[in-house]
Ligand binder design. Structure first.
Ligand SMILES: [Zn+2]
Length: 157
């Protein structure tokens, strides 16, 4: 998938500068912007790849409503909230949070909620929002594993 490959390139860039390797692409019609995780490099806990892509879309004047967002990793509740509030209509992700965090940390950081279970919690399962996970999952996991190291694992704790 072309856009996920682009998101993977952004994940690689994030990993090589010491951020967690997560990349995103926001697609509106034939236009798109890329984003990447900048939590460590910008010392800003809000700059997840999805938020970065949304901010770049806003800067570029790309319409958010009805757009599609690709992320190499499943979105957290902050990003899912931003995605829904922005009116983005589709989220496509690679690997799930549950795949990359030990169960204990997944529960501690994310309450054990996946995007699917958060949508259910929010009563948004029938809203027309499209959620697709597991896209290019092997490639996404390979990038995640390549850059995983003790330093940013420590940041996550
Ligand atoms: Zn997030």
């Amino acid at each position: 998938m072309e856009y996920m490959q682009l998101a993977l390139q952004e994940a690689e860039k994030a990993g090589s500068r010491g951020d967690q390797p997560v990349g995103a692409v926001l697609v509106a019609g034939t236009d798109f912007v890329v984003g990447s995780n900048r939590i460590v490099s910008s010392a800003n806990p809000l700059l997840h790849a999805e938020v970065d892509a949304i901010l770049r879309a806003v800067e570029s004047g790309l319409p958010l409503v009805g757009s599609r967002l690709y992320s190499t990793v499943e979105s957290c509740f902050m990003c899912l909230g931003a995605i829904l509030n922005a009116g983005i209509s589709e989220l496509v992700y690679g690997i799930s949070l549950r795949d990359i965090h030990p169960e204990e940390r997944f529960r501690a950081r994310y309450g054990g909620y996946s995007c699917a279970s958060m949508l259910e919690l929010l009563g948004r399962t029938e809203s027309g929002f499209v959620l697709a996970g597991g896209v290019s999952a092997q490639d996404c996991l390979a990038v995640w594993d390549r850059y995983r190291d003790a330093e940013w694992n420590a940041v996550l704790r």
